[in-house]
Design a protein around this ligand. Structure first.
Ligand SMILES: Cc1cc2nc3c(=O)[nH]c(=O)nc-3n(C[C@H](O)[C@H](O)[C@H](O)COP(=O)(O)O)c2cc1C
Length: 319
């Protein structure tokens, strides 16, 4: 049974999907296109190089969705004590009022009063049950469980186990990410007991994202065998396109074998995230570079088909 907040955020959407915030990928065009396609768009605020640029981007988002009857959009904010733009960004959010502020790298309590003050919701991005509990105790309205198979900073735990464990103590809105790349996956997230799917990788190749042509090309070519999860590049476990690791000079095989590679040069010519491309295990669903609208329509078709299949089996059970 969904909470009233979950219903408020999800019901206006064509599909229960948040296009997840992605470093160097998500910009205002992706957010606007997501909202216009009927899903929730988002950006990580740190994608804007300066505060002035962030202000302009948020203006662009607001203008781009102004004619929509009931759009939903979100930002993710770094809430760590060392993040120097924190106060200015929080003040901007109270003025511009995203429906959801997703907190990363710190306690959601830091933004709670300000966001609740304008009627917004605070969701915390978590990767373990322990973090989920802490975030819930700190007053997060919703939790984003980043599970195994996710692109970028990836979770270690299966969504199947995580949702059940978190649902044992949390009945607010739950969002689940990690290799959800089809409409069937979106329905599966709901079947697990969560409210919304968090989809990053599936939308990176869309022309509305900020990535370059080579990244798009590799996404179209890759499948599940083409991603490597390693902590070696940034110090935290991240899922990357293996071909981009190879092009940056890494031996993908060696990256998976602990202790065999010297990574001291990684911050030299080949800066992580700029030249090494993040992607999750669901990358095989990307067969072409298609617009956000086309991807979302495909997801909707897959979702409906899966729902029909499940409903058919449910009818069979009741005879
Ligand atoms: C290239 C890339 C960059 C990402 N950057 C961020 C980020 O800056 N902040 C964040 O909270 N999550 C980031 N993520 C994680 C996503 O928000 C989301 O958890 C993930 O994409 C979901 O898994 P999926 O890629 O399998 O759909 C990133 C993911 C990718 C693929």
């Amino acid at each position: 049974m969904s909470s009233s907040l979950a219903r408020r955020l999800r019901d206006p959407l064509a599909l229960p999907v948040i296009v997840a915030p992605m470093f160097l990928v998500s910009g205002p065009e992706l957010v606007v296109a997501s909202c216009r396609a009927g899903v929730m768009g988002s950006i990580p605020t740190q994608n804007a190089r300066t505060f002035e640029q962030l202000d302009a981007w948020i203006g662009q988002i607001k203008d781009g969705i102004a004619d929509l009857p009931d759009p939903r959009w979100a930002v993710s904010m770094i809430v760590h004590k060392t993040y120097e733009r924190f106060d200015a960004e929080l003040a901007l959010m109270t003025e511009r009022r995203p429906d959801v502020v997703i907190t990363a790298l710190g306690s959601p309590a830091r933004v709670a009063d300000a966001v609740h003050g304008y009627g917004g919701a605070v969701f915390a991005d978590v990767m373990s049950v322990e973090h989920a509990r802490k975030a819930a105790d700190a007053g997060a309205d919703g939790l984003v469980l980043v599970c195994h198979g996710a692109g970028g900073h990836t979770g270690r735990y299966s969504a199947f186990a995580m949702v059940d464990e978190v649902r044992a103590f949390f009945d607010g809105p739950l969002v689940v990410g990690g290799a959800v790349s089809t409409g069937r996956g979106v329905l599966a997230v709901e079947a697990l007991g969560a409210d919304l799917a968090y989809m990053g990788t599936r939308y990176i190749a869309c022309p509305e994202s900020m990535v370059g042509a080579r990244y798009r090309e590799l996404l179209v070519q890759a499948d599940i065998t083409g991603v490597t999860a390693t902590a070696a590049v940034t110090g935290v476990l991240c899922s990357w396109l293996s071909d981009s690791l190879a092009e940056a000079g890494y031996d993908a095989q060696a990256l998976t074998a602990a202790g065999q590679v010297d990574f001291s040069d990684v911050h030299g010519e080949n800066k992580p995230w700029k030249d090494i491309f993040g992607a999750g295990q669901g990358v095989g669903a990307i067969a072409a570079v298609e617009t956000v609208e086309a991807v979302t329509q495909q997801l909707l078709g897959e979702y409906r088909e899966a729902l029909d299949g499940v409903s058919g089996r449910s009818a069979a059970l009741s005879v």
